[in-house]
Design a protein around this ligand. Structure first.
Ligand code: 1GP
Length: 253
């Protein structure tokens, strides 16, 4: 899929309008060496992955920009930053999920970091996609639940998830991201995805702890528009094509 600059969100909307579900691979800079990325991207291209997310709630390595540049040199798949902090902003990508942690009550991640980094983000020239980010309890503490210093949303409280997502949409956010956290023991429950997707009209991203193509497809049928998988793929890159296929054919299964 070829996308020129500033059309990532439109591409997602167009795919959705055409009844297509989308699949994204999360590339964690801490777990991906520059000399390994070529093979990973080759598999993403042949599996027709729709988007590549790069970032994480804690990135300690310093090669994020180099990683994005080497991905961009190899593929037209849009690269979307998924930053845990302003230090993960690089103009080398196509777009940036401008995350506000609306499920938490930590003012720094609701608006504080955004104020500090606004000039840098604006100058980056990236397509900025305002995203209502909701971290849901994934069974065990995850990096995002710890680093965010905010209570995750209880996984059995669909009504809180719906109200939070609705508030995000009415505040003008363009996406809602339900995340159980990377490597979560329990992914987002299907019932929560159904409840939230029924009430919002903006696209819904779901990720965290998805380890099987079946769960990815079930999430799509429940109403997710974009599925994000990182951890499971780091362990077994053959899952890239299986997951991608499951997502892309989910409406037919
Ligand atoms: C985490 O949603 C992403 O923010 C992906 O999670 O690494 O568990 O697939 P996994």
């Amino acid at each position: 899929m070829q996308v020129s600059s500033h059309t990532v969100y439109k591409e997602l909307l167009d795919r959705r309008a055409a009844g297509k579900k989308s699949f994204a691979v999360l590339v964690d800079p801490d777990k991906t060496q520059i000399d390994q990325v070529g093979e990973l991207i080759e598999k993403c291209v042949s599996a027709e992955v729709d988007f590549l997310l790069v970032g994480g709630s804690l990135v300690v390595s310093t090669h994020l920009e180099e990683l994005v540049l080497s991905i961009k040199a190899q593929t037209q798949i849009p690269v979307i930053l998924f930053p845990g902090s302003p230090s993960q902003v690089t103009p080398a990508a196509d777009a940036l999920l401008y995350l506000s942690l609306i499920s938490g009550r930590n003012p720094e991640l609701l608006i504080g970091q955004h104020v500090i980094s606004a000039p840098l983000v604006k100058k980056s020239g990236l397509e900025i996609i305002s995203t209502g980010y909701m971290v849901v309890d994934g069974g065990l503490p995850t990096t995002v639940s710890y680093i965010s210093n905010a209570n995750p949303l209880p996984s059995n409280k669909n009504e809180i998830a719906v109200c939070t997502a609705l508030a995000g949409e009415m505040l003008g956010m363009k996406l809602i991201y339900l995340d159980a956290g990377s490597g979560a023991l329990m992914p987002i429950p299907t019932e929560m995805i159904k409840a939230v997707s029924k009430q919002i009209s903006i696209p819904l991203i779901v990720g965290g702890g998805i380890t099987t193509p079946e769960k990815a497809a079930a999430n799509c049928r429940a109403g997710a528009d974009l599925i994000v998988v990182g951890n499971a793929i780091e362990k077994d890159t053959d899952l890239i094509s299986l997951m991608s296929q499951a997502v892309h054919t989910s409406s037919k299964s």
